[in-house]
Design a protein around this ligand. Sequence first.
Ligand SMILES: [Zn+2]
Length: 324
Amino acid sequence: MCPADRPWNRRDFLRHSSSCALHLGLMASASPLLARTRWGRQERFPVVAREPWGRLERVADGVWALVSTPLEDNTTLCNGGIVAGRAGVLVVEGFGSAKGAEWMAAQARTLTGRAPTHVVVTHYHGDHTGGLSDVTGRGGPELLVTARTRELVLERNRNTSEAMFEDARLIDRRRPTEVDLGGRSVIVVPRRGHTDSDVSLEVTDPSVVFCGDLVWNRMFPNYVDAAPSRLSMAVRLIRERGASTYVPGHGPLADSTDLARYIDLLDDVEGAAKRAFDAGLSAEEAGSRYRVPTSLGEWTLFNPRYFERAIGAWMTELDRGLDR
Ligand SMILES: [Zn+2]
């Protein structure tokens, strides 16, 4: 996401951090200060750690969620979490930088008294995988990833190597995988829509879903690799889980009302794209005209081209439909 046009890995991030920081600064200033402050403070649960790059909220006994605040600091960039059982500790995501991934591993040790035993990444984008090579590998936690996500990391993220995945466990892309942590299981559910291979992670009692970038809350989603109708379907299926808490890929923690508003946003973008497609507008024209309905509240833009990109993704899909 830097939010720029392509995902990047840690080295890319370090190389481009100044331009990204500038970019984020620009976008931040385009949002009303009050809305940013409100967004940054939307805490749902007790905060057990707070840094410039994010806060760790204790969602339940043995379940913590990181809400990154990338408008302030890019260390972790994406949201993620920690789930602990009697025998294992799972970290959700590889984060945007080595420092971010190492900080989360240190939080896991502090909160559970144990080093992470598993790491699951929800998809290949650099803001979710940039710190991976520094926390996995020999003696480190087991990395669980779909074969397609591994392929996409190696193909599209710069400065990656097969060695990153040497000890990785490839998870099924069609059926859910259970990770037994001892007295608590995490179900890794393969999905598609934000990219060609996404996963959500589901915990019961209490019901918490880590949605990856299939779900964004109060931040407008990035459609750079999206298959829009699949995305829409995946989000509806996630909402039908009826969970009490949803951890979005970006933005504050969500409940089912937030998910409903997000679905309304996706539907509004779909409607705008279809009208623009029928009127023969370009994605650029339609994107520059698009505004989020005020009834859906404030949605921060990471990148000024996100509207155009979302509408363009729909237009590509509509074009394909016509070809059939
Ligand atoms: Zn992301």
